[in-house]
Each structure stands twice: as C-alpha cells, then as structure tokens.
Ligand binder design. Structure first.
Ligand SMILES: NC(=O)c1ccc[n+]([C@@H]2O[C@H](COP(=O)([O-])OP(=O)(O)OC[C@H]3O[C@@H](n4cnc5c(N)ncnc54)[C@H](O)[C@@H]3O)[C@@H](O)[C@H]2O)c1
Length: 431
C-alpha cells in the first residue's frame, strides 16, 4: 500500500520503516530539516536498536523515502499516519499544536480519498478535531481513524513487528477495511472499535502501567519500615498470573516521554469532564515523592551534600535508549545539585551535547565517556538507570576508584550479598 507518515520521531520512523519492511511504499515527512537531511543519508537521528539496518535496506530498495515537502507526502497515498509529538502543557493538558498543524498540512494537499490515522497519543475527541481541521481545507471524501502505538523505546522495532494487540478505531466500513488490510500479516488480536475507545485504550494502558510502578514503590517504602525485601515480594506477586511480573520493579519512579505526560493528560481529560480521578493524583504524587525519598537516603548516607561529589551512572529514562525526556535520573541530579553537590555523570547512549545545548542542568556537571573514569574523587556512586553494563560492573574496581565506598542504588541492580562481601556502604530501594 502507499503510506505516508507525518513525524519521524521514535514512533513515526519505526512505524514507517517497519511498514516498508513488510512490503509497503512509505514516504516520511517531518518539519525538522536536520532530521530529514540525516535520514536521507541513512543516518538515524536517535539511538534505537535494529533501526539502522532496516532504514539502509529500505532506502536502497526504494521502499522508503524522506521529504520536507508535505505535498509529496500526501499526494497519491492511501493511508496517512500522524505520529507527531503530543507533549504536555504546564497544566497537564496534552499540547495538540503539532497534531493540528499536521492536520492543516494534510488537508491543504489532498487530491483524492485517503484515510488519516492518528498514531500519536491524543486526548479523546482528537479524531473529530483532526477531521474538522481537514474539512476546512478539503471538501472531498476522506476518513479519519485512530491506531494508537504501544512500542517501547529500546525495543521499538521488535515491538512494532510483534505487537500484542492492534487497536483500530474507525467510523466507516471503508476505512476499517483499509487499515485491517494493512495489518493483515500480523497474527495478534485486532480490536476494531470506535475512535474514542481507541484513543482511551492508549491512555488507560499507560496510566495502568504507571499505577503499577507507583504501587510497588509504595510497597518498597513500607518494606523498608517493616524489614521485608521488595524484590522478593514483587517476584512472588508477579507469579500470580492475575498480577504478572512486568512493571513491578521498585526504584526511583517512572519517567520518559510517555508515562508522566499521559498520566497527567488522562487526569486532565477526566477533570475537564468534572471527574476527579483521585487514583491518578496519587500515582503522580507517589512518583514525585520517590525521587525526594531517594535524595533523603543519599543524605542519610553522605551527610550534607554541599560540596560533595557524586558519580551518577545513567541519564536516559530507561536502558537501551538515548531518550532523557522526563528521566528520573535528571530529576534526581537536579535535586542533588540544589543541595550543593557536584555531579560526575556517565550514560552509555545519552546525547551529552544535546543536554548541554538545552541547558538541562544549570549547575555544574561533568560528563564522562567511561564509567570508571567518572568515579574518581567521588564520595558515592548513584545508580539511576538499570543499564546491563552497570549490572556487570567490577565492584572491586568501583571500590578502588571511589573516594569512599558508598553506593546508593536507585534501581536495585546489585546483589545484596555480593555488595556486603565487597564492604560497601549500600542503600537501595525496599531491601
Ligand atoms: N516514544 C514512545 O515510546 C512512544 C510510544 C507510543 C506512543 N508514543 C506517542 O507517539 C507520539 C510521537 O512520539 P515520539 O516519541 O515519536 O515523538 P518525537 O518527539 O520523537 O517525534 C515527533 C516528531 O514529529 C515531528 N513533527 C512535529 N510537528 C510536525 C508536523 N506538523 N509535521 C510533521 N512532523 C512534525 C517532529 O519534528 C519530530 O521529529 C506522541 O504522541 C507519543 O506520546 C510515543
């Protein structure tokens, strides 16, 4: 099929190249000149496993192309996906300005019937909004639909190719048939529903996962008070198939470009309809509090943080991605800095230049390309993201390089016995 994608971020680019890989002709449009320039050369503007080879192969075979010209991305297409960002506004509401401008751009270039599918995570009712915007520009026949995306950064290509479900929200038989046909080679359950329900499924899913994380963090905090071990508690809970073991790791809370904004957006959607979603209020509060508690623990071990030097391993919001948006690591570093600490930071993939350019940290921070170099002269090592290379780190080397053998582990990556045998002062979460 002939498909175009508006937005070449984590979702748009992965969707585009995976749909090309399964035999479609895909045009990707973005307003970011530097991104398109890179993509045309086969360079990937962010880190994501598996994607580079796919892009190179599909570029070579002419199955995917990149453009800054919206006309090229609309003309002759059968399906147009909107996969632009929907960040949060200050009041928690989803910012739809990118979705609206994509809709305007699409509407003004229409020539014939096409299905416009929203893949971005958007408030319930956005499908209708997109339809209205397009109708102002184009009087002909078209359909709108919703097809929320569930891929995870770090395993985005695998997730897209192996979905657990596909949600298709439509309001005409014609568009339903077209989108179902696009996904006919996938073997997972396909849920055909109305647009509003499809939009809600995405928010409800993310809000539920965030709730699970805040729940286990609260259990961890109680574990500390009563002498229980949260890792064993969550393992045993997870064996119950009604609960499951995913998203049950205690830590310094959820982050990333989705959970924080989506939980707030759903809370806001409910508020706008005069419903107070109290559970989500608690989920947000618990998540913020988890960062504060972690800093308090650090102070308990190190004393006043003024003039202390702390090494932080991990800046991305989770392993296997370079994405630092709303990362718990960033929040914790800012709190350390507020207390007067200097930070030596190391992350395997985070884009240090971008962090500097965007002035994410106002106070002093030193970036390192080697995790062991970052430890020198520090009074403690803080684990903020659970990268595998941290789990496999050499404890003897860490002890040798740190000024004092203190580890504050925000992700419970180290084995308690091993750590004790190595003579560290060690604090983790709920153990
Ligand atoms: N990142 C994830 O893991 C993930 C997973 C599922 C769903 N989502 C949702 O998917 C959407 C996109 O997320 P993302 O992480 O890919 O965002 P992103 O910030 O990585 O990328 C968005 C892209 O859209 C482009 N853009 C903005 N306005 C445009 C326009 N008018 N026309 C064309 N391109 C435009 C930007 O330049 C950028 O390249 C969001 O709603 C997000 O909540 C994200």
């Amino acid at each position: 099929m002939k498909i175009s994608i508006f937005g070449t971020g984590y979702v748009g680019l992965v969707t585009g190249v995976c749909l090309a890989e399964i035999g479609n002709d895909v045009v990707c449009f973005d307003i970011d000149k530097s991104k398109i320039k890179k993509l045309k050369k086969g360079e990937i503007p962010f880190f994501e496993p598996e994607i580079k080879e796919l892009i190179e192969r599909n570029l070579e075979q002419g199955k995917i192309s990149f453009t800054l010209n919206s006309k090229d991305a609309v003309r002759n297409q059968e399906i147009i996906f909107i996969a632009v960002g929907t960040p949060q506004k200050k009041n928690g509401e989803a910012d739809l300005s990118y979705v609206k401008s994509a809709a305007r751009e699409i509407g003004k270039n229409f020539e014939k019937y096409v299905v416009v599918v929203n893949k971005s995570t958007v408030p319930i009712g956005t499908g209708n909004l997109v339809e209205k915007i397009i109708k102002k520009k184009y009087k002909g026949d078209f359909d709108i639909a919703s097809n929320p995306e569930f891929l995870r950064e770090g395993s985005a290509v695998f997730d897209f190719m192996n979905p657990e479900r596909i949600i298709i929200g439509t309001k005409s038989e014609r568009s339903k048939k077209i989108i179902n046909n696009l996904y006919k080679s996938f073997s997972c359950p396909v849920i055909n529903t109305k647009i509003e329900t499809a939009e809600m499924i995405k928010y409800a899913s993310n809000a539920y996962l965030a709730t699970k994380i805040s729940f286990i963090n609260e259990i961890a905090n109680v574990c500390e008070k009563v002498g229980a071990n949260v890792d064993e508690v969550s393992y045993a809970m997870g064996l119950d198939s009604r609960i499951g073991n995913k998203f049950l790791n205690a830590g310094i809370g959820y982050g990333g470009s989705c959970f924080p904004k989506d939980v707030k957006a759903l809370h806001n959607i409910a508020s706008c309809k005069h419903y107070n979603f109290k559970l989500l209020e608690s989920v947000i509060r618990v998540n913020n509090n988890q960062r504060m508690l972690f800093v308090k623990k650090t102070e308990k071990l190190l004393g006043n943080l003024k003039k202390k030097k702390i090494c932080v391993w991990g800046l991305s919001f989770k392993p296997n991605t370079d994405d630092t948006r709303e990362s718990a690591a960033i929040d914790v570093i800012k709190l350390f800095q507020k207390k007067g600490a200097t930070i030596n930071a190391y992350d395997p993939k985070a884009d240090y230049e971008k962090l500097k350019r965007e002035k994410v940290f106002r106070d002093k921070i030193n970036y390192f390309d080697d995790k062991y170099d970052a430890l020198k002269d520090c009074q403690a090592l803080v684990i903020a993201t659970e990268w595998n290379e941290f789990k496999a780190a050499d404890l003897t080397e860490i002890k040798k390089l740190l000024e004092k053998p203190n580890i504050i582990d925000g992700r419970n990556i180290f084995d308690l016995d091993k750590i004790n045998k190595n003579g560290f002062n060690y604090i983790s979460i709920g153990r």
